[in-house]
Design a protein. Structure first.
Lengths: 366, 303
């Protein structure tokens, strides 16, 4: 077990910078998820920690030691790959014990470690099978088993669930979380799926274009995104962004969305935004769940408006409604019994207590 | 609810253009026709060889039906198999082929692994270069090679010409490039993550090759082995040029030089010798055919 630190780590391929100087401290026992769109440098970062890619600049430390020039086998890490990378000619037990056999561990210890890991992952019955006789989920367990038996300082997961179908993915997600609760090994997990990131991580690292956009707990990222990218990336359906302007109406701070719609800000929000210049190009960031159907007893800070729905999507437990605000498509989540219909007018309520205000030019959340 | 008008006769079908099964039947008929044609074309010569090998010299030269054996005899077989000369050829061929196969594998497998996996400066060019050397015909190479061995003899006094073991140096020029090429293709089809997993598990490059790549690429390895064996076993030009003494000859050259005396062809024994010589590759093919095909079609489809 160990902590992992990245200091100004850069990865260059010829002229292209895939990773542009990132700093990251991962505590012992922590489960960190690197998340971002494809090409954001998350896999490259993981592979640099593994030692499969050279570092162009900066330092990587595992357990306090700089490992820049340490070969992968001496870093005491284990990695789980997207396509499992099981050795096809070996049985499950042989796959799991390969690393230990290379290091000439005593036979008895190898056996006990493999048995223990197989029990933990519930694959005891499969131990003598070859990989091609296993299903995708079982292969994934074996790949994890191969990592666990080594008892490494750090686990590295490279999109391990991407090849599984949606249902199995949810199941394996829970399995991975359970395994981590038991073995408590420091884990770095790469995924492009924000749901996976939110559900697994102690802390999530959102990456974009080779840089870290924000590091935080899942709740921090969801409720206090630092940038427009994080705000839009975390959460599904994605946060709405509507161009807006601040204005003073009768001594109160208002937010103007369209010619007809202008809402007074709740006092706490108004105090927060009061110092901002009034005519800046701003964007209102509001999540779909904070736009719901209007009803008789609205909380303070919740403002109603009338709109014409374009499309509705009944999801069962809720209905997603899509409409336009000044040409910007906006999504809301209403009660399935609220009577939302395609092309029909509807009165909706926006909860401004949960709003965000973004600077359109910088993309920063204000 | 709208009602659907149901046509009692069912929907009309256009049967004019035939069905899948009819197309398939025609395809099969043509396949069988051409397969039969090929089989006749390629199996007639061996059949003729078998027939001739069972005849005495007198019957071969007699004006009887050449496709029928009237007085079958095994004398050709007995004579060859008890002739020290023929057994010597057989032995020379066996030892040369065996050693060449081993040498080829020892060179081309690590070479292919390095070219396919250990990305280094110039490796793609080198891989192409290896294949290009295979394209140079042996009929172009044998004179310079001969000169080379003669020069070695002049400079060092080591005699290689007219010794069967000179072939151990010559044959790999034919087998190594092609086998390396086959193995590069096969190794390249192994997912990159497999060697990365091995490296993280603590394997060295050599361990990755011997414990992961060779077992996984076994069909390709067998294909390459069969190729190397066939080439060494059937090679004619090089042994004809590089060896001349009777006791240094390999089978193909031995048969043609000792069983053809001037314009006298000992047909019965020539056919018998050729048949016996064809036996080892045939036996090896029969055992390893499945692997061979799997090896040649590696990477053709996603596995």
């Amino acid at each position: 077990m160990a902590d992992v630190s990245l200091r100004k780590v850069v990865k260059r391929y010829d002229d292209v910078e895939a990773v542009r100087g990132i700093d990251l401290d991962i505590a012992d026992h922590e489960f960190i998820v690197l998340v971002g769109p494809s090409g954001c440098g998350k896999s490259t970062t993981l592979r640099m920690i593994a030692g499969l890619e050279d570092i162009s600049d900066g330092d990587i430390m595992i357990g306090g030691d700089v490992v820049n020039d340490v070969p992968p086998k001496d870093r005491d890490i284990a990695m789980v790959f997207q396509n499992y990378a099981l050795y096809p000619h070996m049985t499950v037990a042989e796959n799991m014990s390969f690393g230990l056999r290379l290091k000439h561990y005593p036979k008895a210890e190898i056996k006990s470690r493999v048995t223990e890991a197989a029990r933990l992952l519930d694959i005891t019955d499969l131990i003598d099978r070859k990989p091609k006789q296993l299903s995708g989920g079982q292969r994934q367990r074996v790949a994890m088993g191969r990592a666990i038996v080594r008892n490494p300082k750090v686990f590295l997961f490279d999109e391990p669930l991407s090849n599984l179908d949606a249902k199995l993915r949810v199941q394996m997600r829970i399995e991975i979380k359970k395994v981590h609760q038991k073995v408590r090994t420091t884990t770095v997990y790469v995924t492009h799926d924000q749901v996976e990131a939110m559900t697994l991580a102690d802390r999530v690292v959102v990456m974009n274009k080779g840089r870290i956009e924000q590091i935080g707990t899942p709740n921090e990222l969801y409720h206090k995104p630092a940038t427009r990218f994080v705000a839009g990336f975390i959460g599904s359906p994605a946060m709405n962004f509507v161009p807006c302007r601040l204005e003073d109406v009768g001594g109160k701070l208002n937010i103007r969305l369209t010619d007809r719609i202008s809402f007074p800000l709740p006092p706490e929000r108004a105090a927060h935004y009061n110092a901002l210049p009034r005519n800046d190009q701003l964007q209102l960031g509001i999540r779909p769940e904070h736009i719901a159907e209007s009803h008789a007893h609205l909380d303070p800070g919740v403002e109603t408006f009338d709109t014409m729905l374009d499309v509705t999507e009944p999801m069962g437990m809720e209905t997603l409604v899509y409409f336009n605000l000044n040409g910007t498509p906006v999504c809301g989540r209403v009660n399935p019994n609220a009577g939302a219909k395609d092309g029909a007018p509807m009165r909706l309520a926006m909860d401004l207590n949960n709003m965000h205000l973004l600077n359109e030019a910088t993309g920063l959340v204000l | 609810m709208s009602t659907l008008a149901i046509d009692k006769a069912g929907p009309r079908r256009k049967v004019k253009y035939g069905s899948m099964s009819r197309d398939r039947a025609w395809a099969l008929r043509w396949s069988y026709f051409f397969l039969a044609l090929f089989a006749i074309f390629f199996l007639t010569p061996p059949l003729y060889m078998v027939i001739t090998s069972l005849k005495s010299s007198a019957e071969i030269s007699a004006a009887t039906n050449p496709w029928w054996v009237f007085h079958p005899t095994l004398s050709n077989y007995l004579e060859l198999l008890t002739s020290n000369q023929f057994l010597r050829f057989f032995w020379n061929s066996s030892i040369v082929s065996l050693v060449v196969v081993i040498l080829t594998m020892l060179i081309s497998v690590p070479a292919a692994f390095a070219l396919a996996r250990m990305r280094f400066w110039g490796s793609p060019t080198l891989a192409t270069g290896v294949f290009l050397t295979y394209l140079i015909p042996d009929s172009l190479l044998f004179i310079p090679l001969f000169k080379m061995f003669a020069l070695i003899q002049d400079l060092t006094g080591i005699t290689l010409l007219n010794r069967w073991y000179v072939l151990l140096f010559v044959y790999p020029t034919l087998t190594v490039p092609f086998c390396t090429w086959i193995m590069i293709g096969y190794f390249a089809s192994i997912p990159k993550e497999l060697d990365e997993a091995a490296i993280i598990d603590g394997a060295s490059w050599l361990q990755t090759l011997t414990r992961i790549f060779i077992p996984v690429a076994l069909p390709g390895l067998i294909a390459a082995t069969i190729f190397a064996f066939t080439v060494s076993w059937a090679q004619f030009l090089y042994p004809l040029v590089f060896t001349t003494s009777i006791d240094q000859l390999v089978l193909p050259v031995g048969i043609t030089t000792t069983l053809i005396k001037g314009d006298v062809f000992n047909w019965g024994q020539i056919m018998t010798g050729a048949l016996l010589g064809a036996a080892p590759p045939l036996i090896i093919y029969a055992f390893l055919m499945d692997y061979y095909i799997a090896g040649l079609t590696a990477g053709a489809t996603k596995g």
